[in-house]
Design a protein around this ligand. Structure first.
Ligand SMILES: Cc1cc2nc3c(=O)[nH]c(=O)nc-3n(C[C@H](O)[C@H](O)[C@H](O)COP(=O)(O)OP(=O)(O)OC[C@H]3O[C@@H](n4cnc5c(N)ncnc54)[C@H](O)[C@@H]3O)c2cc1C
Length: 400
């Protein structure tokens, strides 16, 4: 067995330091003009092997075999099923529907993990939504989300069961603690994915998300570490119809919980701000509205239709309305039955947040506006003429 996971051939090393820059674990240093390995820091990721232009670094065959074998220890796809006061969040069901497809492609089990208290009822719902197994940790110390406690609990389960893939919703909770779980598991995490698939040959999770301000879609992989972890925003994937006849196993786990670093005195739901992510009808406006006062027309139409007002970032940046209404990459992802876009051009960052809506209707004076590329119904015209007509027509229908 080689003593180190990688071998440096001093005769070939030219002291260019490219390996040092490439190493994500700070496991190499210079001694005179030669690169030297700190074996205890090396994670055998092979970044230095790939970076060396002089082929001076190679991975020890034994280390390669060991790394491959240890990756093979990780099996199964997990979905972290976030719950609040016993109610599993919809995003968990959306992830289970995608998780089912991934598990089929990978030929493995799909499991849901629930942390909380008095959550036993959730198992049946999660199995109906596609889970083969549900790991339930039902303890008073998990009743309210606390970052340290949740992080440690999930890390304990990951260390014990070694899942190959772990997914979570990119919610406030998911965003806050999932990154900590990934750091402690010494693996990678891709946040806010918009597509997930499994490479049938290498079994790698392809994690696709917008990058460079939404100008490109990047597909990210985690080739050397496990589990492969990703978060997905609510409403990006569609929920499957539950199958109440599905059978699955529920495994009750008892964990020794770490002490919480914060004390929750009281928790209150913020009902004052609008939740556009859950709306079935969204009447959305953009810079084409020209000024804040014109949002009133959208509000009128939204009220008539029983919907809510959404906006492009241009309206939020102009200070016309709060960010709670913003749809898009840096706003909310929505999936309503009807999305009516008025005076919105359809920039990629906006489309990222609404393109999976059931029916998209666009009103825009520019026939070449990109929003028409995703619209099911497009009206080329002046929104200041069309909106009053719609309000009038729908208003009089409501009266009759
Ligand atoms: C990193 C990053 C993140 C971003 N995140 C988001 C995000 O989350 N959400 C988001 O929306 N944007 C986001 N943006 C901004 C995005 O790139 C666009 O600038 C923004 O979406 C444009 O808003 P808009 O369509 O309202 O305005 P514009 O692009 O100016 O479009 C206005 C439209 O109104 C039409 N119009 C004008 N007058 C009328 C009229 N009388 N009747 C009918 N149509 C009319 C015009 O033809 C035009 O198509 C982000 C940008 C970056 C760089």
């Amino acid at each position: 067995m080689a003593d180190t996971p990688i071998i440096i051939d001093n005769a070939k090393c030219r002291g260019c330091k490219k390996c040092i820059t490439a190493c994500p674990f700070d496991a190499l240093y210079m001694e005179g003009k030669l690169a030297v390995l700190k074996p205890e820091e090396c994670r055998a990721c092979n970044a230095c092997v790939k970076a060396c232009p002089f082929f001076a670094i190679s991975s020890a065959p034994e280390a390669e075999a060991k790394a491959a074998a240890s990756l093979a220890d990780f099996k199964g796809i997990w979905v972290f099923a976030e719950q609040h006061h016993g109610k599993v969040q919809e995003v968990a069901y959306e992830l289970l529907s995608t998780g089912r497809r991934l598990a089929k492609d990978r030929g493995c089990d799909l499991a849901a993990v629930v942390l909380g208290h008095n959550i036993a009822d959730s198992a049946a719902h999660l199995i109906a939504a596609g889970a083969d197994k549900v790991y339930l940790v039902d303890q008073p110390g998990l009743a309210e989300y606390e970052a340290n406690v949740y992080t440690d609990a999930l890390n304990q389960l990951v260390a014990k069961y070694k899942p190959e893939v772990v997914l979570a919703g990119a919610t406030a909770v998911g965003r806050a603690f999932f990154a900590k779980v990934a750091v402690r598991a010494r693996t990678g995490l891709t946040a806010d994915c918009t597509a997930l698939s499994i490479d049938p040959e290498k079994h790698l999770l392809h994690q696709t998300r917008p990058a460079f301000g939404g100008n490109i879609m990047a597909t990210i992989m985690t080739p050397n570490h496990r589990p492969q972890m990703a978060t997905v925003r609510p409403k990006v994937f569609k929920m499957a119809t539950p199958d109440c006849k599905r059978k699955g196993a529920t495994l009750l786990e008892a964990l020794t919980l770490v002490a919480a670093s914060t004390k929750i005195v009281k928790s209150e739901r913020n009902t004052s701000s609008v939740n556009i992510a859950e709306a079935e009808i969204i009447v959305a406006g953009g810079r084409g509205l020209k000024k804040a006062e014109n949002l009133e027309q959208l509000k009128k139409l939204a009220d008539l239709l029983g919907g809510v007002v959404g906006v492009s970032r241009a309206c939020v940046d102009a200070g016309w309305i709060s960010a709670a209404h913003q749809v898009g990459q840096t706003g909310k992802t929505v999936c309503p039955k009807i999305y009516l876009a008025c005076g919105i051009s359809g920039a990629i960052q906006h489309l990222e947040g609404m393109r999976s809506s059931d029916t998209i209707i666009a009103i825009n004076s520019d026939p070449n506006a990109p929003i028409f590329g995703v619209a099911d119904l497009g009206i080329v015209g002046d929104l200041f003429e069309i909106l009053p007509m719609l309000i009038e027509a729908i208003g009089s229908k409501r009266k009759n």
